[in-house]
Each structure stands twice: as C-alpha cells, then as structure tokens.
Write a protein that binds this ligand. Structure first.
Ligand SMILES: [Fe+2]
Length: 230
C-alpha cells in the first residue's frame, strides 16, 4: 500500500506548526520514492543477544523498588493483515513517576529516581505478544508554549520483521486531561488514529495487589496502523 492511500490525518505530518520544532526540522522537499529491494528479515540472533535479564522489568534496575505506581503493559503486535509480528525487537523509554528523564538534556526541576533508568527492551513472542513491568510515568513540561505539559506517555520503538514495518511512536493512558492541550497528540486529525495511541486499562492484566494492567495493541502498516510519533 502506498503511504498516500492512508486516511488523511491518520499519521502526523512532518511539519505541524503548533509543535514548534517540526517547523525547523521537518523536510520541505517532496519525499523521494525508493523502489526497495526484497525485504530483509530481522536478524533475530542479533536481537536476542541484546537482551539482558531484567530488560522487560524497568522496576528491577536499581538497588530497591523505584517510586511511583507500578504497572504492567502488554499487547499484541500484528501486521496489516492481522498476523502476529513474531520475535521482533521492541524498545521502550519513559520519564519516571515525577516526569523526569534520566537524560542530560532533561532539565525539568523534578527529582531523578536512583532506582529508575526508564528504558527497556524485549522481543515479541510467537503470538506477537510483548509484556513489560514499569512505573507509570508522570506528565512533564516541555517549553513548546505557555503551560505546555505532555500527557503521560511511554515511547515505543518497533523493528518489526522487515524494515518497512519500522515504527517509533508513543503510548498514552486513558482519559488524560492533557490530550486537549498537547500538540503532539493533536497533530493527528483522525480521531480514530488518536485512539489507537491510547492504551486501555485491563482488570485481566492487573496483577493482584501488585500492579494495575494496561493493554496496548500495535498494528504495523496498513489502514489500521498505529500512528507514528512526531
Ligand atoms: Fe517523552
């Protein structure tokens, strides 16, 4: 399927003026169509070698439990035909419970947590499922405009099984009051596409008295594709 056949507004444009930095970095020339060679499959052995024992438990990277609300996030990754995207590398990164990234460019006046790095990675299983344990991230200010605060979100990077399935996006939490004020979320004019970026609370995935569960299914390519993040 050609990219321009997708429903309008179902992916962010490369330039969206309310999100100010896209004006500086977005390409102003038309894209060049590349006739790609036969798709290359992911080097699964290489991906497996990247994984460390606690990569899928972001609460297990310190000497003690991090502060915040422990949650589990799980979902299924499928292709445009609904078939599972198996054994593919998925990376996540996020702010801590106070809304602060462990990154030198994050100067938000909120505390770092010595027990929380905020990044993890995993492979999907034979049914395309992934699952990781983490802390619910906090909202954070980002200086795009007056009172600019990002809704709580987790960044996702998916490699899929072929290069054309590559996706970098963001997962949100249901009912966030900041959606209405966030230019990144609002850059999608298709309301159904926006919904595809919002996880859903799951009592089935909730683990006893330990953590609440959220489900976030992902579609790589096609008309129902999970939108890219700007
Ligand atoms: Fe972020």
């Amino acid at each position: 399927m050609q990219f321009d056949a997708l429903p309008p507004g179902s992916h962010p444009g490369v330039i969206y003026p309310p999100y100010k930095s896209t004006v500086k970095r977005g390409p102003t020339q038309d894209p060049v169509l590349i006739h790609a060679p036969a798709p290359l499959t992911t080097n699964l052995a290489a991906a497996r070698s990247l994984l460390l024992p606690h990569d899928a438990d972001l609460t297990a990277h310190g000497q003690a439990a991090p502060l915040g609300e422990k949650i589990v996030v799980t979902g299924r990754v499928v292709d445009e035909d609904g078939k599972p995207v198996r054994n593919s590398l998925l990376e996540v990164w996020q702010a801590n419970a106070s809304g602060r990234y462990r990154h030198k460019k994050d100067q938000h006046d909120a505390p770092l947590d010595p027990n929380f790095n905020g990044w993890g990675k995993m492979l999907t299983d034979d049914d395309g499922r992934y699952r990781f344990v983490t802390i619910k991230p906090g909202a954070y200010p980002w200086g795009n405009h007056d009172k600019a605060w990002r809704p709580a979100h987790i960044h996702f990077s998916l490699f899929g099984n072929v290069y054309a399935q590559r996706l970098v996006t963001q997962m949100y939490f249901p009912g966030d009051p900041l959606f209405a004020y966030d230019p990144i979320y609002q850059s999608l004019s298709d309301l159904a596409a926006r919904d595809r970026l919002v996880s859903r609370f799951s009592i089935d995935q909730t683990v006893g008295a330990e953590m609440l569960g959220y489900e976030f299914d992902i579609v790589l390519r096609g008309r129902d594709a999970t939108p890219m993040g700007l």
